[in-house]
Write a protein that binds this ligand. Structure first.
Ligand code: NDP
Length: 320
């Protein structure tokens, strides 16, 4: 085979976000010969639009695609716009999958989420339980659009022999996150809150008792494992990318780690008038461990320190 024939072009949709930026950092630090990476943002074209998506595939001619682009949002947006969350994600996913089939892309890795799993389920959840019952009504538009990726990965494999798969991360955090207190996720929201408490000399108030447990994956780990999936994991069935069950931490542990990383010395208050949400949503990472028994995840304190440092360095320009 000639050198030119071996060259691969990996295109990352949604490449400007939290996960895409982490993949960019990972492949910059771990380059592979003859592998070119293209990171798309919505400025490169609207993936809801078939013609725009065709033009992107024509321009970059990807041999591999990591599909991250999605309409994402917090609880309120998901509840208020179920039609848009369903339709826009379905259009984006359909355009990407169909163009990957038509242009003979060798591998497509798409991103699901633990929040699309059945509302009424048993824990720990694993990859086989995705379709076992309806998702929580608050995000059913988003959840069904995402679930269909898994259904269609198997259909594309059966009918066309496509090598499409999906990954299921738990709660992601890291540099380039959305640090909005209203719409962001737990860790970036707490980082921003703690920053304001330090600046204004007020208590750092955490909603709820701080006792619920969650698994958090540092975006750098998710990036490394996503690239591994693209190169080494070849099954249409999804794989959960998560820290071990033993690495589940309480919201209180997270809040105290944020305060420490921020060098916040004021009062940390838990507002128990506010709802706690579900106590645990444990995901099982046995499948991942069967392939990567020795993979070492970044610890929560180290990951939070890196996230806080990035937030402080990029305060003026980051999403917040
Ligand atoms: P971000 O919100 O940080 O990034 C979303 C990306 O999608 C951006 O690059 C955005 O481009 C792009 N995008 C959105 N709409 C369009 C469109 N119509 N056309 C082209 N590009 C578009 O997301 P994350 O990095 O947090 O998430 C990536 C994936 O991971 C998503 O599929 C999400 O569902 C999933 N996920 C995320 C979790 C989390 O905790 N963050 C948890 C589980 C799953 P631009 O910047 O130009 O707007």
């Amino acid at each position: 085979m000639t050198e030119a024939a071996e060259k691969s072009v990996v295109m990352v949709t949604g490449g400007s976000g939290l996960v895409g930026s982490a993949i960019r950092d990972y492949v910059t630090a771990n380059p592979k010969e003859n592998q070119e990476w293209v990171f798309l943002s919505s400025k490169d074209g609207d993936l809801r639009d078939r013609k725009a998506t065709e033009a992107i595939f024509e321009k970059f001619k990807p041999t591999h695609v990591i599909h991250l682009a999605a309409k994402v949002g917090g609880l309120f947006a998901n509840m208020a716009q179920k039609v848009e969350f369903y339709r826009e994600n379905t259009l984006i996913n359909d355009n990407i999958m169909e163009l990957c089939r038509i242009t003979n892309v060798k591998k497509l890795v798409s991103m699901l989420s633990t929040c699309i799993f059945p509302d009424k389920t048993t824990y720990p959840i694993d990859e086989t339980m995705l379709h076992d019952g309806p998702p929580h009504p608050s995000n059913e538009g988003y959840a069904y659009a995402k679930r269909l990726i898994d259904t269609m990965n198997r259909a594309y494999a059966e009918e066309y022999g496509c090598n499409f798969t999906s990954i299921i991360p738990t709660n992601i955090y890291g540099p380039h996150d959305n640090f909005s207190i209203q719409n962001g996720h737990v860790i970036p929201g707490l980082i921003h809150k703690c920053y304001i408490a330090k600046r204004d000399n007020t208590p750092f108030t955490i909603w709820g008792s701080g006792t619920p447990l969650r698994q958090f994956i540092y975006s750098g780990d998710l990036a490394a494992l996503t690239v591994w999936v693209m190169r080494e994991y070849h099954s249409p069935d999804p794989i959960t990318l998560s820290v071990d069950e033993a690495a589940e931490v309480s919201i209180k542990t997270v809040a105290l780690a944020v305060a420490k990383a921020m060098k916040f010395e004021g009062d940390v208050v838990f507002d128990t008038e506010k709802a706690d949400g579900q106590f645990k949503k444990t995901a099982c990472n046995k499948k991942l461990r069967s392939y990567r028994p020795d993979y070492e995840f970044v610890g929560i304190e180290e990951g939070i320190q890196k996230s806080v440092d990035w937030f402080l360095e990029n305060y003026e320009t980051c999403r917040k």
